[in-house]
Write a new protein. Structure first.
Length: 170
């Protein structure tokens, strides 16, 4: 009798340890996924077009379901993980719908276009009428973003530096 109780206790401890391990692994996976998501968000917005960024966001939502297919666990754990993933996906979908319904539609092309941040910076410098906007594009972004227009920028600064010294804009 004592041996049976000890065996069941050991079995319950082992099951509890498995659940704890699954929960810990899932939590760490979620944390690192979010960390990589924010890193990806920053890099994608700057160094690739909106299409690549949008595709990476969809991939980030699909991949956990693919990984779940390779999960070797009991049915209860698998169902719990499926429930969590479906809940997270549903929340992500609802928040994206709300976001796209509330933004100014003229910015919609940012998420589906192919223009990169360097191309955008150069375009803004070339098309801006105001000196402040041009100044922000010259000195407000990474130097390699505007490498293709450095000669134009030098000429613009040389042509306007005397006027700026007289006006002393804030």
């Amino acid at each position: 009798m004592n041996a049976t109780i000890r065996a069941r206790s050991f079995e319950n401890d082992t099951l509890s340890a498995k659940h704890t391990a699954v929960l810990l692994t899932s939590s760490l996976s979620l944390f690192f996924s979010l960390f990589s998501l924010f890193s990806l968000l920053r890099l994608s917005l700057l160094d690739s077009g909106g299409v690549a960024f949008s595709a990476s966001m969809v991939w980030a939502q699909v991949f956990p379901f693919v990984a779940l297919q390779f999960h070797e666990g009991d049915k209860t754990t698998r169902n719990a993980l499926t429930t969590v993933l479906v809940g997270c996906f549903s929340l992500w979908l609802v928040l994206n719908i709300i976001f796209f319904c509330t933004i100014d539609l003229k910015f919609l092309n940012i998420f589906f276009g192919t223009k990169t941040a360097p191309q955008y910076a150069c375009e803004l410098f070339e098309t801006s009428e105001e000196d402040l906007a041009r100044f922000d594009m010259v000195f407000g972004v990474r130097n390699d973003y505007t490498k293709s227009i450095h000669d134009d920028m030098r000429e613009w600064v040389a042509n306007n530096i005397a006027r700026w010294k007289l006006e002393k804009p804030d």
